[in-house]
Structure formats: structure tokens, C-alpha cells
Design a protein around this ligand. Structure first.
Ligand code: FES
Length: 225
């Protein structure tokens, strides 16, 4: 009898790596930017065929020190990595800003400072006031969808605007793991996190909001493909 496929799942090992099962796609993504350094979109850098072999189980580095990134090589044990999980597992407070035909629901506790929520001239919250203009509405929609951490989500009545992603984990160059597609995540002792369609997980070891990325990798000068 064929082996039944298991739903992708992430178990965060205590002071150790992310254990990813269920064979989600593992790939690489990078931000494309305007000439002013503003994030515009996400580029697929390589498919899993090109760089990563699809495996039933991955152990992905969480301490930032592995010599085999994105995979764990056991270094966390040698450096006595403190991977204490500090983020709340409950859904955070969401601040709703309503527009016309769209609304944005903001959970600041998830922010990883990717910067898709604003430009030199405006930001997604200010834009809500102008969303009677379909062009502004579409730009705001794209800004929400491109927010990798899930800090920005669509408000009540507009959840259908959230894309359906194939479950996947992407390494972001010099940054976090970008997990898409509502992959379930839990602690090693089985305590579940809020299920998010988009979330970013710290892999530099420096976040104060573990397991989520809080942008600390930038000041730390973290480097990884
Ligand atoms: S990857 Fe560690 S804070 Fe972003």
C-alpha cells in the first residue's frame, strides 16, 4: 500500500533546529528592490530542484552558526545555543484599518522589518483612505501579500484575498526562513502556534521574539544563502 503523505509540520527542537516534516518545498527567495532600496516584490532565486533536494524531513539551522546552512550540523550543541521561545503562541492583537473593498489587519508582534508596508511617499495604512481608487487598492493588496511575516493580513470580510500557497519553506538571503501555506508549527512538547499563511522564522539565533524573526539579523550582519 502506498505510504500516506503527511501534512507538512514544523517542530521546534529545544535549543536546537527546526524539524520540518511532510515534504514541503524547500527553496530560496530574495527581495527585489527599487533604485531607492524600497522592497518591490519577491523573486524566486532557485527551485528546490536546483539547490535543495526534496526530503521527507529537514533539520534546519536555528542557531545561525551551522557550517551547512540551511541545514543543522549540530553546532548548536557545541555553542550551547539558547533558543528559548519567547513569542506568544496565541494570536496577537490585530489593529484594523478599513478601506474601500479591502482592509488591513496589523499584528505588530510579528514584524520582521522587511519593509513592504511603505514607500518613500506613503504606507499601507495611509493608502486605505484612498482605496476607492482601484489602482491604490491593488497596490495596497500587493503590499499586504508581500509582507512575509504575516504582520499584515486582510481584515474581516476580505480574508479571501489571501493567496493559497503550496506549503513551502524558503531561505531568504541573509535573513529568516519564510514559511508559506499554513504549515502547522509546535514546540517539542506539542504546544501549537497560531497557524499562519505567511510567517518568518529566525535562523540567525538573535531574535528576541523566537521563533519568529524580529529583524535582528540585519544589525547582526547575518550572512547565509
Ligand atoms: S533571522 Fe534571526 S532575527 Fe531575522
Amino acid at each position: 500500500m502506498a505510504e500516506e503523505a503527511k501534512a507538512p509540520r514544523i517542530v521546534i527542537q529545544e535549543n536546537g533546529p527546526y524539524e520540518v516534516t511532510g515534504e514541503p518545498v524547500l527553496t530560496k527567495r530574495a527581495q527585489s528592490e527599487s533604485i531607492h532600496g524600497e522592497p518591490l516584490d519577491w523573486d524566486l532565486v532557485a527551485s528546490e530542484d536546483a539547490d535543495y533536494k526534496r526530503r521527507k524531513r529537514y533539520l534546519l539551522c536555528r542557531c545561525g552558526q551551522s557550517n551547512a546552512k540551511p541545514y543543522c550540523d549540530g553546532t548548536h550543541e557545541k555553542i550551547d545555543f539558547d533558543g528559548t521561545l519567547t513569542a506568544s503562541r496565541e494570536p496577537g492583537p490585530r489593529n484594523l484599518t478599513e478601506g474601500v473593498g479591502i482592509s488591513v489587519n496589523d499584528d505588530p508582534t510579528l514584524c520582521e522589518q522587511a519593509g513592504f508596508c511603505g514607500t518613500r511617499y506613503t504606507n499601507v495604512w495611509a493608502m486605505m483612505e484612498k482605496t476607492s481608487d482601484p489602482e491604490v487598492r491593488e497596490r495596497a493588496r500587493r503590499m499586504i501579500v508581500n509582507c512575509p511575516s504575516g504582520k499584515l493580513a486582510f481584515g474581516p470580510g476580505y480574508e479571501h484575498m489571501e493567496p493559497e500557497y503550496e506549503p513551502s519553506v524558503a531561505t531568504v538571503k541573509d535573513g529568516p526562513l519564510w514559511v508559506r501555506g499554513g504549515i502547522e508549527m509546535e514546540t517539542a512538547d506539542g504546544q501549537a502556534y497560531e497557524r499562519l499563511n505567511r510567517m518568518t522564522l529566525c535562523r540567525c539565533g538573535r531574535s528576541d521574539n523566537k521563533p519568529y524573526c524580529d529583524g535582528a539579523h540585519k544589525n547582526a550582519g547575518f550572512q547565509a544563502d
